[in-house]
Design a binder for this molecule. Sequence first.
Ligand code: B1M
Length: 210
Amino acid sequence: MVEITEISAMLQKGKAKIVKELVQQALDEGQDPKEILNEGLLSGMMIVGTKFKNNEVFVPEVLVAARAMNAGLGILEPKLVEVGNEPVGKAVIGTVKGDLHDIGKNLVAMMLKGAGFEVIDAGVDVDAETFISKAEEAHADVICMSALLTTTMPNMQECIDKLTERGLRDKYIVMVGGAPVNDSFAKKIGADYYTPDAATAAEVARNAVL
Ligand code: B1M
């Protein structure tokens, strides 16, 4: 039986292939996908984050851990995402301009799919124009912006301001999130919702469109 703590340990070492194998094995054994996510992948990434903050590890180590995290998430995705019939709505998601962090954004995208959304993932380093053009092209209901850097948070405001200038603001539900973002910031920039985690984001988005 796979020890979930072993998944966390291998993620911290950046062993993407082993993380993939262990996640698959744990799933095959019938272990709970949410526990694998929370106790294995997310807890491992949190430890890496703390070490990064304390200068105990540096960008290269964080990068390989992030690759291992995304590899594990890829295996978990089908289990976390239940396939519905008709999509409840369409959501455009991305990490804002200047910001390359994609793990939280990927998790939100996954949970949105699980909640029945068709998700258009614009990727990372997404500028305001791209968020708006993707939303317009797809006839989306929701625009989801993620930011992990205090320096990139203002780019959320730019997107909302551009929507307002073009008379498009009321057409979309705008949701924001990411580690440095909070409810008062979301209110200040005129977003509709701030949510602290991926599962809540999906739940709030679903309630907002239904
Ligand atoms: Co960076 N990094 N990083 N990094 N990195 C942070 C964010 C940092 C807090 C680390 C630290 O100093 N303690 C710090 C930011 C400080 C600040 O701005 N105040 C930081 C820094 C400084 C940097 C660089 C500038 C470092 C450098 O180059 N000197 C650089 C910037 C690059 C850039 O983006 N331009 C950089 C680079 C990197 C890597 C490339 C090495 C790597 C990213 C790889 C990747 O994403 N593919 C990386 C990582 C991995 C981190 C940490 C360690 C982990 C982030 C993460 O993935 N967490 C991070 C430290 C930390 O957060 N403790 C750190 C796991 C993920 C599941 O959580 O993304 O918060 P998170 O998502 C959560 C919620 O926030 C929420 O849902 C998820 C949980 O369910 N959520 C949403 C996220 N988006 C949402 C949207 C929503 C709703 C909820 O609605 C739309």
